[in-house]
Structures are given as C-alpha cells and as structure tokens.
Design a protein around this ligand. Structure first.
Ligand code: NAP
Length: 282
C-alpha cells in the first residue's frame, strides 16, 4: 500500500520562509487578473488572497470584461505590466474562448511573470536556464526532491502536455536526466496510456479527468503525483483512481491536500523573487 506523501512539513517550512520574507520587504503589489467567474479560478484567487493577507502582501484583484477581444485584453495586460508598483502579475485561467493565451501571456513583463507563462520565461526553460517557473511545476519538483529521488535514468510518464504544466515539467525533468514520456489525448485515444504508465517509475498526471489513471496501469512501487483538479459538486477530485492506484504505488499524493497546497506558496515565492528585480532584463 502506498504511503501518502505527507507534505505538511514542506508546507510549514515554506510558509515560515514566506512570512520571514514578507517582513523584510513591503513595496509594490501583486496583481491578479480575472476574466469571468469560473469556479476553479475563484478557488485559486481565494487562496491567493488568503495567503497574501497571511504574509502581508498588498494583493489587488482586477476583473477584465469577458467580451474583450484578444488584442484588447493584450493591451490591458500590457498596461498593467507597465505599472511600476505592480511587481507580480497573474492572469487567472480559464480565459474567454476568443483570447489567445500566447498573446495574453506575452503582454506580461518577464520580470513580473510570477506564473512563468510568458514566452520569454518558457524559452529560458528550453535553454536550461530557467528563472520564473510555474508554481505548479515548482510544487511537483519540491515533492520529488522531498522524496529524495535520484532522477538520473528514471522513467517518468507525464500525462497531459499543456504549455503551463506538462511541457515545462518534461523539459526540467529531462534536464535532470530522467527519461521522460509526454503523453496526451492521442496517447489516450490510441489506448497507449497503460503501456507508458506500466513502464514508468514516476507518473505525474495533469489533465483534469477524474479516475483517468487506473490501478492496473501502475508499475509496482511507482511514485504517483496527481496534479489534476476536477470539481464534482462541492467535492474536488484528482485524475487518479486513488484507492486502486494506492495498492500499487510506493508514494502517492492525494487531491485535495496534495500538489495544490504547495502551488500558492510557490506563487508567493516567485512574487518575492520578482519584487527584488529592478531591471527589466534579468
Ligand atoms: P489543460 O491546459 O487543459 O491541459 C490538459 C492536458 O491534458 C492537455 O495536454 C490535454 O490534451 C491532455 N488530455 C486531455 N484529456 C486527456 C486524456 N484523456 N488522456 C491524456 N491526456 C489528456 O490543463 P492544465 O492547465 O495543464 O491543468 C491540468 C490539470 O491540473 C487541471 O485539472 C487543472 O485544474 C489542474 N491544476 C492543478 C494545479 C494544482 O496546483 N494542483 C494547478 C494548476 C492546474 P489536449 O489539449 O490535446 O486535449
């Protein structure tokens, strides 16, 4: 039976670091931009606000009209980014369907891009010289480090290949010499997910489909990290069939109470890093 990865210690450690850091600096504010009222975005924004209050960060929420065109939203974000006092910017997903995420994210100054979504920061990962990395990816990496895993030569399957989680994570893990398979919707449709997962020492799923990852697909002793979050009524579920997968895995993260608990902490770690930057080029 898998051990549930107890990230309480990690959470406490990072919280303490943030509180100390928050006392050291106080200038500027964190700007969180919301479009529409998707329940998933609301939950993330609530946790941003709560954490900001806890650690003494000036947090401001701005709503953008859902009817804006992609170009208009780009110009708005550019304007926010030019505000000297806005030291960190988050554009919460989901977006209205007419918005082009690459266009919107490219409006964020790279030195304020605390979610690591701008083409510049994603490009730095490609070149093996990252600066701002997505807080979710940082949370996953922190969990792997916490387990003291030697990634060298390990087989890793990432399920879900988004530009915000799956792809940057794959690059970062391959830079640590893990052998990474990036699986996605086509892998699933061709019924090849079991093949990749059965051969993996580490499985990381970031899709958003409850029960997608089955127990019989998991190699005995594998580490399973569930990033997916789906809302079913008032309950949250991950991608992993927890009961069945836990019978095969050595370590597993639950949902809720897993990766998500660390994500907001890493967002604020990135904010503090951004607050120290004075030059637009770094
Ligand atoms: P996304 O942009 O929708 O990406 C999901 C990925 O999964 C896409 O690559 C998609 O492929 C792929 N996919 C869809 N159905 C699949 C299937 N049946 N089998 C294999 N791959 C499939 O979402 P995201 O922003 O990366 O987020 C992923 C999940 O993580 C969501 O549930 C989100 O709520 C959650 N999340 C959690 C945290 C946290 O802190 N725990 C933070 C952020 C996000 P196609 O695009 O080709 O369909």
């Amino acid at each position: 039976m898998a051990e549930i990865i107890g990230i309480d210690n990690l959470v406490e450690k990072f919280k303490k670091e943030l509180i100390t850091e928050g006392k050291k600096q106080s200038d500027g504010f964190l700007l969180s931009v919301q479009s529409g009222h998707a329940p998933d975005a609301e939950a993330y924004i609530r946790s941003q606000k709560k954490m900001a209050e806890k650690i003494g960060v000036d947090f401001r929420l701005c709503r953008l009209d859902n009817s804006l065109s992609s170009k208009e939203a780009f110009l708005k974000v550019k304007q926010f980014s030019n505000d000297k006092e806005a030291k960190g910017i988050i554009i919460n997903k989901p977006f209205p369907s007419q918005w082009n995420s690459q266009e919107i994210f490219s409006a964020i100054s790279p030195n304020k891009d605390i979610e690591g979504v701008s083409p510049y920061n994603l490009g730095r990962i490609f070149y093996g010289n990252p600066y701002f990395i997505s807080p979710t990816v940082l949370a996953i990496l922190a969990i792997l480090r916490f387990l003291n895993l030697d990634l060298y030569g390990k087989d890793v399957a990432i399920v879900g290949s988004s530009s915000l989680i799956g792809k940057p994570l794959a690059l970062l893990l391959s830079q640590e010499f893990a052998t990474v398979s990036i699986t996605h919707i086509a892998t699933y449709k061709k019924q090849m997910l079991p093949f990749y997962l059965q051969n993996s020492d580490i499985v990381i799923s970031a899709v958003g489909k409850p029960g997608l990852i089955k127990g019989e697909w998991i190699k005995k002793g594998a580490v399973v990290i569930d990033v997916g979050i789906s809302r079913q009524g008032s309950a949250l579920s991950g991608d992993v069939d927890f009961e069945e997968v836990a019978k095969k895995a050595s370590y597993i993260t639950p949902v809720p109470g897993g990766v998500g608990r660390l994500t907001t902490l890493f967002l604020f770690k990135n904010f503090f890093k951004a607050r120290c930057l004075t030059d637009a080029r770094y």
